[in-house]
Write a protein that binds this ligand. Structure first.
Ligand code: URA
Length: 324
């Protein structure tokens, strides 16, 4: 058996009725997405970008940083069995983007989700299109929530947190969501969650759990920096709690990892983290894994083996409950 690897793109345009996806017409009547072999020295995404340019003359204007959908196909070539992995990425283009197909195809079509499901597309590509469509629906929901959340300080006469909103980060279809307390000064400056010292440690801990930062969705209970890194007060937590719940509902992960006391108390009503850390709690159909906040190990080194132990345990749990 021979293994081969390809990269491709689902290219979409937004319209009032939802996204429409680009399909290239093959000579045999089937539709295809722009895709092709990964050449030497390229990764899957680079190959997808090059192939999309060669086959459709398009450069993705807004490539989604996190989306990736892998599928495998099996076939025979000259009597040899081939197993091929196709990695699909997602990019939006403007309504008036010009498509020019190469000699490999005889035309192109923009199809909405429903029409794509009825079109002459291989089943695997229908599944890839469904995954991209679901992802874009979730992304739209999360962006809508964030638009409102960003303006929260305007609703208050006295607002003691930073006015800079730090949105959650990661694939909106992630199976695992990680919830911290509130951004720190570095996060406030960069406008991204967990990019300071706690973030570095979190990246290491996620690797211990057999996953990677780019595969999980990372956010915090309060998404505005509390000056001097103080714990957000009750009124601030109350103001933000509803947004967190809406984000969780939109993303609908399989597992939520709570870091430290605040998310455990907001989501589970329990705040005795030194007792409950390293355990799974099921509540209203959701599984929660509670552990310490990485900042606790940055400040007090003796907490490091405790939190590392929790994330090693998490690795087993992820395997057991089939979260990928
Ligand atoms: N700590 C948190 O709880 N959230 C962040 O975004 C960064 C540090």
């Amino acid at each position: 058996m021979r293994f081969e690897f390809s990269g491709g793109f689902l290219i979409y345009r937004n319209s009032r009725a939802g996204p429409t996806f680009l399909f290239l017409k093959r000579k045999d009547g089937f539709l295809d997405i722009p895709k092709g072999h990964i050449e030497e020295g390229e990764d899957a995404r680079e190959a997808a970008i090059r192939e999309t340019y060669e086959e459709a003359s398009l450069k993705g204007e807004s490539i989604d940083q996190f989306y990736r959908y892998d599928y495998w196909v099996w076939f025979q070539r000259d009597g040899e069995k081939i197993k091929k992995r196709i990695s699909v990425f997602l990019a939006g283009v403007k309504q008036d983007a010009k498509v020019k197909v190469s000699y490999e195809h005889v035309g192109y079509l923009w199809l909405g989700y429903e029409d794509a499901m009825k079109a002459k597309l291989f089943d695997q590509e229908k599944l890839a299109t469904k995954s991209a469509y679901d992802y874009l629906s979730k992304k739209g929901m999360v962006e809508g929530i964030n638009e409102e959340y960003r303006k929260l300080p305007e609703r208050y006469k006295s607002w003691d947190l930073s006015r800079r909103f730090v949105p959650g980060e990661g694939p909106v279809n992630a199976a695992i969501m990680v919830v911290g307390q509130a951004p720190g000064a570095t996060e406030d400056q960069k406008g991204r969650p967990f990019v300071g010292r706690s973030g570095e440690l979190l990246n290491h801990l996620l690797r211990l759990a057999g996953t990677r930062r780019e595969d999980v969705y990372i956010t915090s209970v309060v998404q505005f920096f509390p000056p001097k890194n103080r714990i957000p007060d009750r009124r601030e937590v109350e103001a933000c709690r509803g947004f967190l719940i809406r984000q969780i509902n939109a993303i609908s992960p399989k597992l939520i990892v709570t870091l430290g006391n605040l998310p455990a108390s907001v989501l589970l009503g329990s705040s005795r983290i030194m007792k409950s850390h390293g355990t799974i709690t099921k509540k209203a159909g959701m599984a929660y894994f509670t552990t310490l906040h990485p900042a606790a190990a940055v400040r007090i080194r003796s907490n490091l083996p405790i939190i590392e132990g929790d994330f090693r345990k998490l690795k087993g749990i992820i395997k057991r409950i089939g979260v990928t």
